[in-house]
Design a protein around this ligand. Structure first.
Ligand SMILES: Cc1cc2nc3c(=O)[nH]c(=O)nc-3n(C[C@H](O)[C@H](O)[C@H](O)COP(=O)(O)O)c2cc1C
Length: 255
């Protein structure tokens, strides 16, 4: 394989990663695959290479069930009462450009977005659930010159940890995809402070110094998922020099 094949493969892998929400529950994921996924995660960058993260593999079914229950309840609370019109408006609000709006409307009204949600919602059913826990009170404050600036000027600690942790999760998700597994990040279980506390207690996390910020469900997908929800195009989301000044690329890659 030459270099251009390898880069094409990597770019395709990025585009082919989808949120998988339905798994073959009784097909276990071996520890060596899980090891590769977590190892890939750990290659993510972090501020000062502080690696402000821990992962908890949640295999215990009772714990998985409770976390799944919280997810379902919060999802119903957040989205269950919304009318189709409200949902359409909410989802279109952030899609600025017309062609992408059209694609998104099409995706919503044809019901294609539901084609992959055929089983239990959220994390239920995945043989493995990993929790990503990040350090909330240290990163960015470690050097004498920087010490305290996070607290004085802003929010470097938690922000750095969340940025780095997100990169770790994306690495894990891509690695899982490359290994033929399905995965899905979910964070609805951690939207509410009460849930963060309950889940921290359930998993023994020394909260609030360490905070669980998201989960990754991993397993073999029950159904192949060939397409994800539509994306806005680079020129629709990119400005040049000034907010609102759209980028007009002189050359685009051949499809
Ligand atoms: C920060 C974050 C939180 C998410 N939370 C949830 C969640 O709680 N439940 C869920 O089913 N999917 C969740 N997702 C997955 C997104 O819904 C999904 O990635 C998005 O719709 C795009 O679809 P795709 O990943 O298939 O391309 C989350 C993704 C991110 C990055």
């Amino acid at each position: 394989m030459d270099d251009s094949d390898a880069s094409e493969m990597i770019l395709n892998l990025i585009k082919e990663r989808h949120a998988i929400r339905d798994y073959i529950t009784n097909r276990p994921v071996s520890d060596d695959l899980l090891y590769k996924i977590i190892e890939a995660g750990g290659y993510a960058p972090s501020a000062e290479n502080q690696q402000p993260w821990r992962i908890i593999i949640v295999r215990d079914r009772a714990k998985q069930r409770r976390i799944g229950e919280i997810a379902v309840n919060r999802t119903i609370e957040l989205f269950g009462r919304i009318t189709p019109r409200q949902e359409l408006e909410r989802r279109l609000e952030y899609v600025a450009a017309l062609p992408s709006r059209e694609r998104t409307i099409d995706w919503l009204i044809t019901g294609r977005r539901f084609e992959y949600i055929k089983g239990d919602p959220e994390t239920d059913g995945a043989p493995i659930l990993i929790a990503l826990v990040v350090e909330a009170t240290h990163v960015g404050n470690s050097q004498p010159t920087l010490r305290g600036t996070g607290g004085v000027y802003g929010w470097s600690s938690l922000r750095h940890s969340i940025i780095a942790g997100s990169m770790l999760m994306q690495n894990c998700w891509l690695a899982a995809t490359a290994l033929g597994l399905g995965a899905c990040v979910s964070s609805v279980q951690l939207d509410h402070f009460d849930d963060v506390r309950e889940i921290s207690e359930l998993l023994g996390i020394p909260h609030p110094h360490w905070v669980p910020i998201m989960f990754l469900a991993i397993g073999y997908p029950k159904h192949p998922r060939l397409r994800g929800p539509p994306r806005q195009l680079p020129e629709e989301i990119t400005y040049v020099d000034t907010w609102g000044q759209n980028w007009q690329p002189k050359k685009k890659p051949a499809k």
